[in-house]
Design a protein around this ligand. Structure first.
Ligand code: BGC
Length: 774
């Protein structure tokens, strides 16, 4: 187009011909000033997902099929579109494309819960440094990860994506995750902010939570991640919090996130299109995803009729431009579509091995590696690498336990494995014909298959050891159930019973591998078996990592990032959790008007701060496996610790010595018992942790752990302040929350407090439970 015609055209559309700056890092205000209201609104709303019409892919995200969303370009001002794609267990894009035989697979890394079980921030950063290379080389600007909601209850369907029941562990893991990804000059989106702790009615449910529980538990992990890793983006959640959608909640998105924590990036909605676009924009939610034209029109109309201040729009647009100039799309990065998948598979295997938790070992592990093994359980052959839904990575392959065990040198009972293979093929055929009960939630139609006791007795004679793999597959959109999921199914119980009876009768051992996504019941059956190995859903190479642990090639050093309770109902949150999905369905949520239903339309967080071990350890309620627990093939001694006051808190050092016969790593967990000074407080709270390098037998390492006074303060709602009272703080060094090896005192001479805003008003009564130290 000739310049004069272009100017005329622009004048006709009301845009000054002179105001055409091209976006640079240093001219954001100039570009902002040149934008029309429509352009501004366009930048605040994502574009439609890529569409395939008559074989042609179109849409703003067309360059990366399978990406979850994008931001819209404004070509006139040199503003590129940017591409957003899911995680967190790796990049999620479409693996094949029309018109090319090239593939675009991504590495299936261990799920978040397994990464957190490593208690190793350097390892997590190493994993996500590799993951981020895939984001960069496949032309994506932001990975929609990590997922970091607190494991409030064992049955949240997406717990596998999330890290822990403890906010410090969750926050540190998230920060390490973000640093690794962002080293590749691409962004992250810490999600789902906030209090998205159930999947049932996740779009509407109103989480009702006290300000203390919010600040100490549900926001603390986000606070740590924001302050320690500076994520490019934050994803606001679908749910409501104390009566308002989080994505429309100014106290959450602006007052606390930006004003109190100093967050500088953008906030985007989770993937939906709520009616309150204008309130979202006003609250500090910069970007609507996945976005539609109506949302653009709403913003434009609201500015025109005065219900939305242009300054709010400009603030959000400025945030967007600041984000855009950081992206590879802006830098016109020539991505290769060829990340180093081979190298990353090794990273995935090593990370899984370093994170696996050994829960029980009665003189059976490690195995020699040459034994004859009978592999039981459909998950041994249909191995669960990750969860379903948006967190599912399109990986090129998943190693199963048969391949891994053969690779490690074991001889497998082929007849048994072939039997399972035939059953799995039948199961998959059934699924293909009629779908699963909830096909989005699980890829299996039929459950575990029963094996006749007589057959097991024969297998016990013919093999040296039994390995039983129990599997669970969970994912986005549904919570798990108590019956037949948290608790074992009757077929699984019979399998464990019959295998244990038959193998023990001939003096042979039974090893259980828990290939699960969330906590299951273990107390009623754990003593039947000789060893329990917990790899969670460990990614495409995870079965190899399990074999590495079974043979002792890797000495397990993972520890539980949450509690394994005796009973589901022992968790105080279970009293207010939709653990019976069927019941929720039958009540008809989603179909027509009806009375608001408990745990579906609203969820009262009556347990307050008593989440996970904070409750069990304080109330002295017995558990199956405590928070922070994990065995090793060696043993460790802890020295007397030294705790020294610093200007802002204290520094602790403790020497760990490998007192066993093989090399290994140990995680030291630092818990604090704080003086209560008028507030009820947990008996122990995790305040720091550190992991040794691999120590040879007899070798020692001194670990330094740093804690500041703000970190040991509790939130006093009455004063709207974090308070660290003067007094003696007991510093406990543990191998789990229940296994304290040595202690020291930290004396705080003068009370300290940090005043904050009075937020998160709750308009309904919440009967929080009371727990007192025993
Ligand atoms: C999920 C997010 C995800 C988004 C985009 C949503 O349904 O809750 O975690 O990032 O979809 O796929």
């Amino acid at each position: 187009m000739k310049k004069s015609i272009m100017i005329a055209a622009l004048l006709l559309t009301g845009v000054s011909a002179l105001a055409q700056p091209q976006l640079r890092k240093d001219n954001i205000d100039e570009v902002l000033a040149a934008m029309t209201l429509e352009e501004k609104a366009t930048l605040l709303v994502g574009g439609a997902r890529a569409q395939i019409v008559n074989g042609v892919t179109s849409g703003v995200a067309a360059q990366v099929p399978g990406a979850a969303g994008n931001t819209r370009p404004i070509e006139r001002l040199g503003i590129p579109g940017t591409v957003l794609a899911d995680g967190p267990a790796g990049l999620r894009i479409q693996p094949t494309r029309q018109g090319t035989s090239q593939t675009f697979y991504c590495t299936g890394f261990p799920v978040g819960t397994l990464l957190a079980s490593s208690w190793d921030t350097a390892l997590v950063e190493q994993v996500t440094t590799a993951m981020g290379e895939e984001v960069h080389e496949y032309g994506v600007d932001v990975l929609l990860a990590p997922g970091m909601n607190i494991h409030r209850n064992p049955l949240c369907g997406r717990n596998f994506e999330y890290f822990s029941e403890d906010p410090l562990l969750s926050g540190k893991m998230a920060a390490a995750y973000v640093r690794g990804i962002q080293k590749n000059d691409v962004g992250t989106s810490i999600k789902h902010y906030a209090v998205n702790n159930q999947e049932t009615n996740r779009n509407e449910d109103d989480a009702r939570v006290s300000e203390r529980a919010l600040r100490e538990i549900y926001l603390k992990n986000f606070e740590i991640a924001v302050k320690e890793s500076d994520p490019w983006t934050v994803m606001s959640s679908y749910n409501q919090l104390n009566g308002e959608y989080t994505q429309q909640k100014k106290d959450l998105l602006t007052t606390i996130l930006r004003d109190e924590w100093g967050y500088k990036g953008i906030v985007m909605t989770d993937w939906g299109s709520k009616a309150g676009t204008v309130k979202s924009a006003w609250s500090g939610n910069d970007l609507m995803e996945p976005g539609n034209e109506t949302e653009i029109q709403r913003i434009v109309a609201a500015v025109k009729d005065g219900s939305l201040d242009i300054q709010d729009v400009d603030r959000n647009v400025r945030n967007m431009l600041n984000y855009i100039v950081k992206t590879p799309s802006f830098a016109k990065y020539k991505y290769t579509n060829k990340p180093d998948l081979k190298a990353h598979a090794q990273v995935a295997r090593q990370a899984a091995g370093e994170s696996i938790v050994l829960l029980r070992n009665e003189g059976v592990l490690p195995l020699k590696g040459s034994e004859k093994v009978a592999l039981y359980g459909i998950s041994a052959l249909d191995f669960v690498a990750g969860g379903t839904g948006s967190g599912d990575v399109n990986k090129a392959y998943v190693v199963n336990m048969e391949e891994a065990m053969v690779g490690a040198g074991f001889q497998l009972d082929k007849t048994l494995s072939d039997y399972y293979k035939a059953y799995i093929a039948y199961d998959k055929a059934q699924t293909a014909i009629s779908g699963t009960v909830f096909s989005w939630f699980t890829s299996r139609k039929l459950g575990e298959i029963a094996i006749p006791a007589a057959a097991i007795a024969n297998e016990a004679k013919a093999n040296d050891v039994a390995v039983v793999v129990l599997g669970r597959n969970a994912g986005e959109g549904a919570d798990r159930k108590q019956i037949d999921d948290f608790e074992l199914t009757s077929v699984e119980r019979e399998l464990l019973r019959d295998v244990s009876t038959a193998y023990h009768a001939v003096g042979k051992k039974v090893v259980v591998v828990l290939n699960i996504g969330g906590v299951i019941e273990t107390n009623s059956w754990k003593n039947l078996v000789d060893a329990i190995v917990l790899p969670w859903s460990p990614g495409q190479e995870g079965a190899n990592a399990v074999a590495d642990v079974l043979t002792g090639k890797v000495n397990p050093s993972g520890k539980l990032p949450m509690t394994f309770p005796v009973n589901f109902m022992d968790h105080p949150s279970s009293a207010n959790f939709p653990y019976n999905y069927q019941q929720a369905q039958n009540s008809g949520w989603g179909w027509g008007p009806r009375q608001p239903q408990k745990d579906v339309d609203y969820t009262n967080y009556e347990e307050g701060i008593w989440v996970g071990y904070r409750f069990f350890n304080t109330a002295k309620v017995g558990v199956s496996y405590p928070f922070g627990f994990g065995l090793s093939y060696t043993s460790f001694a802890y020295s007397k610790p030294v705790v020294k006051a610093t200007a802002s808190g204290f520094e602790a050092s403790i020497t760990v010595t490998n007192t066993g016969k093989v090399a290994g790593k140990e995680v030291v967990e630092l818990y604090v018992t704080a003086p209560e000074a008028g507030l009820v407080k947990p008996a122990r709270e995790l305040k720091a942790f550190a992991k040794t390098r691999e120590l040879k037998p007899g070798e020692s390492q001194t670990l330094k752990l740093v804690v500041d006074n703000y970190g040991i303060a509790s939130f006093n709602d009455a004063n709207s302040a974090w308070e660290a009272p003067a007094g003696t703080y007991k510093v406990c060094f543990g191998a789990s929350v229940e296994d304290i090896r040595s202690t020291a005192d930290y004396k705080l001479g003068k009370a300290q407090s940090w005043k904050v805003n009075d937020l998160f008003e709750l308009n309904v009564p919440l009967n929080e439970i009371t727990v007192t130290r025993k």
